[in-house]
Design a protein around this ligand. Structure first.
Ligand code: PEP
Ligand code: MG
Length: 330
């Protein structure tokens, strides 16, 4: 199997009916970037910048951040990298930074990610400067986590634009382009897609957090891990609605949660109209093989039919369908 996936490295992720799917990888460390070459992925769809914070003994400063971002961009070459601003707090507490003054009963729904960044704006300013400087003369893609309402996106973007103006004033070399995106992982944002769409350049669904919030089920609680399935009508219908709306609004949409890295789940995503995935590097081979064995029109028709009256469990139904059609599920 491994050899088969290696052989697929230079093959395109194109479906049987000829649609090119964007296949990116998730990363968080400098060394992960080497996976771009090994897998033949299109780029990095999610660079989790908080990893540097999690492995450090003290808060990383601007110079340390700048060095990492520059190294990552150097190593990625002409493949695009989407940097996500720090997602600390929640399930990723920092020992050297007391995120909240109050004891949090529900840290995942608490003071985390952009909520910290917008209030402790020194943190966000430093990161914005480091990202802008690292991208001098190159393209910068930034993505903000845990956006619940459009104004949070505006404020986060404003922090970057202010730092950009500062660098411009000082005649520093600037990025040749900047694209700003939001993660859709808080269900509320889906109700405001039409409001946020004109302001952003891309949207990426974080199915890990989205599922946790949609089912009100802690993603890190092992007792709940088996209880809810990504292939459930609630998730699938929800994602279908987002995919349709993004399509009609002309918003570039991708999925960067772990769901996209499982062959059967990714097959369902294709059937819902998702055309861009960002996945764990080890999944690129199997997902590419799956894409190359499927006809998108067929899977879309199946999902449509199934979701109109999902009487059997979706996983079993989809598995049966895929086996009958000899879809490569790894
Ligand atoms: C997600 O929530 O789906 C996601 C991609 O981000 P993280 O897993 O880092 O929270
Ligand atoms: Mg998340």
């Amino acid at each position: 199997k491994r050899a088969t996936y290696m052989a697929l490295r230079d093959k395109e992720p194109i479906s049987l009916d000829g649609t090119r799917i964007a296949l990116n990888i998730n990363a968080g460390l400098r060394d992960d970037v080497g996976m771009l070459k090994l897998t033949g992925a299109d780029g990095i769809g999610l660079f989790r910048t908080e990893f540097q914070f999690l492995v450090a003994a003290t808060m990383p400063g601007r110079a340390g951040q700048l060095r990492l971002y520059r190294d990552v961009l150097d190593a990625a070459g002409d493949k695009p990298v989407i940097f996500r601003t720090v997602d600390i707090g929640g399930d990723k507490p920092l020992p050297y930074f007391q995120a909240s003054e109050v004891r949090e009963e529900n840290p995942a729904m608490g003071w985390r990610a952009l909520r910290i960044g917008l209030e402790r704006d020194a943190l966000m300013k430093v990161q914005a400067r480091a990202l802008l400087e690292a991208s001098a003369g190159r393209k910068l893609n930034v993505m903000f986590p845990m956006i619940a309402e459009p104004w949070e996106f505006d404020e986060a973007k404003a922090v970057f634009e202010k730092q950009l103006a500062f660098l411009k004033d000082r005649k520093k070399q600037l990025p040749i382009s900047i694209r700003y995106g939001a993660m859709l992982e808080v269900p509320a944002l889906a109700e405001c897609l039409d409001l946020i769409a004109p302001r952003l350049d891309f949207l990426s669904i974080g199915t890990n957090d989205l599922t946790q919030f949609l089912f009100a089920a802690d993603r890190s609680n092992p007792k709940l891990a088996e209880r809810f399935d990504w292939l459930s009508p609630a998730i699938l219908r929800y994602l279908r609605r987002i995919a349709r709306q993004a399509d009609s609004l002309g918003v570039e949409l991708s999925v960067c949660g772990e769901m996209g890295g499982r062959t059967l789940d990714a097959l369902a995503l294709l059937g819902l109209g998702i055309r861009r995935l960002s996945i764990t590097p080890a999944s690129v081979g199997p997902i590419k093989a799956m894409i190359r064995s499927v006809n998108l029109e067929d899977i879309s028709a199946f999902m449509e039919d199934h979701l109109s009256s999902p009487i059997t469990d979706s996983r079993t139904a989809l598995e049966k369908w895929a086996q009958e059609r000899k879809i490569d599920l790894g």
